[in-house]
Write a protein that binds this ligand. Structure first.
Ligand SMILES: CC(C)(COP(=O)(O)OP(=O)(O)OC[C@H]1O[C@@H](n2cnc3c(N)ncnc32)[C@H](O)[C@@H]1OP(=O)(O)O)[C@@H](O)C(=O)NCCC(=O)NCCS
Length: 169
């Protein structure tokens, strides 16, 4: 049975391992690279873990998403979603859906949050499908935003205005 919940800070290493696996397995999905994050400190990983929501299969993390709210006075109503990842072994079973549901629910409870935004490589069609299902709209394209393995990739900017949010069937 899959449970969606934050991991206690003491389990930060499990969050780190899943994130590093994601960076290795899906280099096109994320703006950061494995080499940049494998050297992060324990303190940085603890912080990351505290901003993450995980999908646990028998208490073992198989998926994650990170939610970070803006801190500037004029942008405090905005939250960002990063690092959505589900292990290949667990894809196609609704785990990504439940992670996004969990993240959006958490943000709706913070009633000052009015907008959620994210960017996604235009080649990550599964992720784009998932975001659209939750009502995220494409609001722009960052051309040649990522350079990986000799090739440039565009990133879509997507946002969800919470007043418009719908729960997918
Ligand atoms: C995107 C990702 C998290 C989806 O996880 P998942 O657990 O397989 O997703 P779910 O089974 O919950 O599917 C939810 C929705 O995603 C979309 N989706 C999932 N797999 C898809 C695919 N292969 N093609 C198109 N859409 C797909 C669909 O809209 C689906 O809804 P539906 O089942 O009603 O059609 C997973 O594929 C992944 O980790 N990809 C690599 C990392 C990545 O791209 N992250 C995004 C960073 S911005």
């Amino acid at each position: 049975m899959i449970k969606i919940q934050p991991l206690p800070e003491s389990r930060w290493e499990e969050c780190r391992d899943l994130r590093l696996e994601g960076l290795k397995e899906e280099p096109l999905a994320f703006g950061s690279s494995y080499e940049e994050e494998e050297i992060l400190t324990e303190q940085e990983w603890r912080k990351r873990n505290n901003n993450a929501i995980c999908a646990l299969d028998n208490n073992f993390p198989v998926g994650m998403v990170v939610v970070i709210c803006e801190s500037k006075l004029k942008a405090k109503h905005i939250a960002n979603i990063f690092g959505l990842y589900v292990k290949k072994s667990h894809r196609g079973n609704g785990v990504g859906n439940r992670l996004m549901e969990g993240a959006i629910q958490k943000l709706k409870e913070a009633e000052w949050i009015k907008k959620i935004r994210l960017t996604v490589n235009t080649e990550q069609t599964a992720a784009i499908g998932l975001y659209k299902k939750f009502g995220f709209k494409e609001v722009g394209v960052l051309k040649n935003e990522l350079f990986y393995d000799g090739k440039y990739y565009d990133e879509l900017i997507m946002e969800l205005l919470l007043e418009d949010a719908e729960t997918p069937a």
